[in-house]
Design a protein around this ligand. Structure first.
Ligand code: FE
Length: 201
């Protein structure tokens, strides 16, 4: 069965003024939707059509003859994850076991915030900045284009999309302003906590 684009977990204007309804309209309604459509077209009629999107992404990650399936599938998955990483009630600092683990692995929330900001700012060109759990340790990593930590055995906890389509209408070339806005006002620590607890269960 085809991969379904998950519905947006809030209204298109819910993240204003930090991310505009216009950006979400294009980003969710056009960019993400197109990745999903193309992925489904490419796997239709192949054995991949019967596998989960995560299985397909992992299976084709190192096969250059299947880069179209990988790029569209990974972008479909990354964006489905990204929408949940944002919330109109987000921002601020994590709490509980996740906050303690951030202090343990980064030194402090401020050090974590700096690492995530740096990863997002220094990803050259299109890509993603992530908080992941890797072999029991929280880390910040960045990936280029459609690349995703799930092919590296890491568990994504949070992500920030740093493709220009994520911020250009609202922030033009000011990627660091977009990233700071997301971290301070929109990051969904409830979702991050769920991912963290699931990975440790
Ligand atoms: Fe995007």
């Amino acid at each position: 069965m085809a991969y379904q684009q998950p519905s947006l977990p809030y209204a298109e204007n819910a993240l204003e003024p930090y991310v505009s309804a216009r950006t979400i309209g294009f980003h969710y309604g056009k960019h993400h939707a197109t990745y999903v459509t193309k992925f489904n077209e490419m796997v239709a009629g192949t054995p991949f059509a019967d596998q989960s999107i995560e299985e397909v992404i992992k299976a084709v990650a190192n096969d250059s003859s299947k880069s179209g399936i990988f790029n569209n599938g990974a972008q479909a998955w990354n964006h489905s994850f990204y929408w949940n990483c944002l919330s109109p009630d987000g921002g601020g600092k994590p709490s509980g076991a996740l906050a303690e683990k951030i202090d343990q692995d980064f030194g402090s929330y401020d050090r974590f915030r700096e690492e995530l900001s740096n990863a997002a700012a220094t990803q050259f060109g299109s890509g993603w900045a992530w908080l992941v759990l890797d072999n029991g340790t929280l880390k910040v990593v960045k990936t280029a284009n459609a690349q995703t930590p799930i092919t590296e055995g890491m568990t994504p906890i949070l992500t920030v999309d740093v493709w220009e389509h994520a911020y250009y209408l609202d922030y033009q070339n000011r990627r660091p302003d977009y990233v700071a806005s997301l971290i301070d006002n929109l990051l969904n620590w409830d979702f991050a906590t769920k991912n963290f607890e699931a990975a440790r269960a």
